[in-house]
Design a binder for this molecule. Structure first.
Ligand code: DOR
Length: 441
């Protein structure tokens, strides 16, 4: 007996769209064929010639749970993921308690198991907890980080000596080290020079040089180590250029970019105020153009949301608002709208949102529509371009810096063979709380 058969679809397989039928058994893709095998199926879905893309893996979310559940929790965050075609997320450690020891890890795992409707990984935090890193690995974390080199939301930045020791330890543990690359000293110096009533204050206080310096520092720091370095949310031309150079000389370095650094620039600060504040901040447009080029060329490996929700009321002015913007539900739909405008090929967006993410983070059995893989996919109608409306998204945040932007949202999202989002249903979500599964099992 099959769980589900998807018919009348253009399926993204082997880097291109092909007319195929997908049959699913026990949550995994059983066959991709011109005609599905004539076995009985629980559900048969005719998607009316729409495209079927791999379920997106968002390797950088902050679901705020435990600790900051007035901003988000594992249910609301995962519903937002599902509504944006994301079937697997990796949550970062700056929760309360921070995920820096096995006890905190287990607490987060219990919350996610109870509430998440998408599959999930959990990252381990790095502070001065060096003796905990091995134990966190034994717990089944996906990666270490984000590891902060400068202050950010509920984050303890590491000084260079501890950072080096942590990276030595992580190199023995063979998991990726995800670095939030901004140089704390440059930020401190800049802070004293600028007027906090200036709406551009945040961008000026965390200048591009802070990112470049931090990337240079951390890349040099690992030159003699066998460590998988992953630079989070790259936002500058020279930061990304440094990653490119490190790749050229054969280092194991990868990096990610967010839709906000691709689709907004510091020119949007006046319009957005606190809603445009995040770390690293929005950059001048010349950087944005370069990020697109590097993403198209694969120098920037992956796209993540850095979903960092705060309540609307907290984001009223730039100076007081905490940094971070929601994004897990809009990430892929915005990128598909960019595909439609020929800004980037579909294959690159799909690769950067699924297969390459699975590669970097060692997420097995996900990231491709391929026999034996988890049956995770989203169904899209590329003719159906909608608009982002922050209030209608599933995150508790209830706002988006992309209000009014074009986006192609999924009509149906399937996770391990089960429909979890169906646009025809009220609110779209049709999954049971807690039906998401930990990828560390
Ligand atoms: O803007 C940000 N917000 N950057 C981070 O690194 C952390 C995040 C958050 O958790 O709010």
């Amino acid at each position: 007996m099959l769980d589900i058969v998807v018919k009348n679809a253009k399926v993204f397989h082997d880097g291109e769209l092909k007319e195929l039928e997908i049959s699913v058994r026990d949550g995994k893709i059983y066959k991709l064929s011109k005609i599905a095998p004539p076995e009985q199926a629980d559900v048969v879905v005719d998607v009316g010639g729409r495209i079927v893309l791999p379920g997106v893996i968002d390797a950088h979310v902050h679901f705020r749970d435990p600790g900051f559940t007035s901003k988000e929790n594992w249910y609301t965050g995962s519903c937002a993921a599902a509504g944006g075609g994301v079937t697997c997320v990796v949550d970062h450690p700056n929760t309360n308690p921070p995920t820096i020891d096995p006890k905190a890890f287990r607490k987060k795992l219990r919350r996610a198991n109870k509430l998440s409707i998408v599959d999930f990984g959990i990252n381990g935090g790095v502070t001065s907890n060096l003796e905990m890193l091995e134990r966190l690995k034994e717990c089944g974390i996906t990666a270490f980080g984000e590891i902060f080199m400068a202050p950010s939301t509920n984050a303890e930045p590491l000084d260079n000596t501890i950072l080096r020791k942590a990276l030595e330890k992580i190199s023995e543990l063979s998991l990726p080290a995800c670095i939030h690359a901004e140089d704390g000293e440059i930020i401190l110096k800049a802070e004293s020079r600028f007027d906090p009533t200036n709406p551009m204050y945040h961008c000026l206080m965390r200048p591009p040089e802070a990112e470049v310096e931090a990337v240079v520092k951390v890349v040099n720091m690992v030159k003699d180590l066998d460590v998988k370095l992953h630079i989070c949310h790259i936002s500058t031309e020279d930061g990304a250029g440094m990653v490119r150079n490190a790749k050229y000389v054969g280092m194991k370095v990868s990096c990610e970019v967010t839709p906000h650094h691709l689709l907004l620039s510091e020119d949007d600060m006046l319009r957005l105020g606190g809603m445009g504040k995040m770390n690293p901040p929005l950059r001048p447009y010349t950087h944005v153009q370069k990020l697109w080029e590097y993403l198209r060329r694969g120098i920037i490996d992956i796209i993540v949301s850095d979903h960092a929700p705060h309540r609307r009321i907290e984001k009223d002015n730039v100076f007081d608002s905490p940094p971070g913007v929601p994004g897990v539900e809009t990430m892929f739909p915005l990128m598909l709208a960019c595909v439609k405008r020929n800004m980037i090929p579909l294959e690159r967006v799909v690769n950067a949102s699924s297969e390459r993410v699975a590669d970097i983070f060692g997420i097995l059995g996900k990231g491709k529509i391929e026999g034996g893989y988890d049956a995770d996919f989203g169904v899209y109608d590329m003719k159906c371009v909608g608009k982002v409306e922050g209030e209608k998204l599933h995150s508790k945040a209830g706002w988006s810096p992309f209000d009014g932007f074009d986006a192609i949202f999924p009509s149906l999202v399937i996770r391990r063979g089960e429909i979890i989002y169906d646009e025809r249903e009220e609110g779209g979500i049709v999954a049971e709380k807690g039906s998401g599964r930990w990828i560390g099992e």
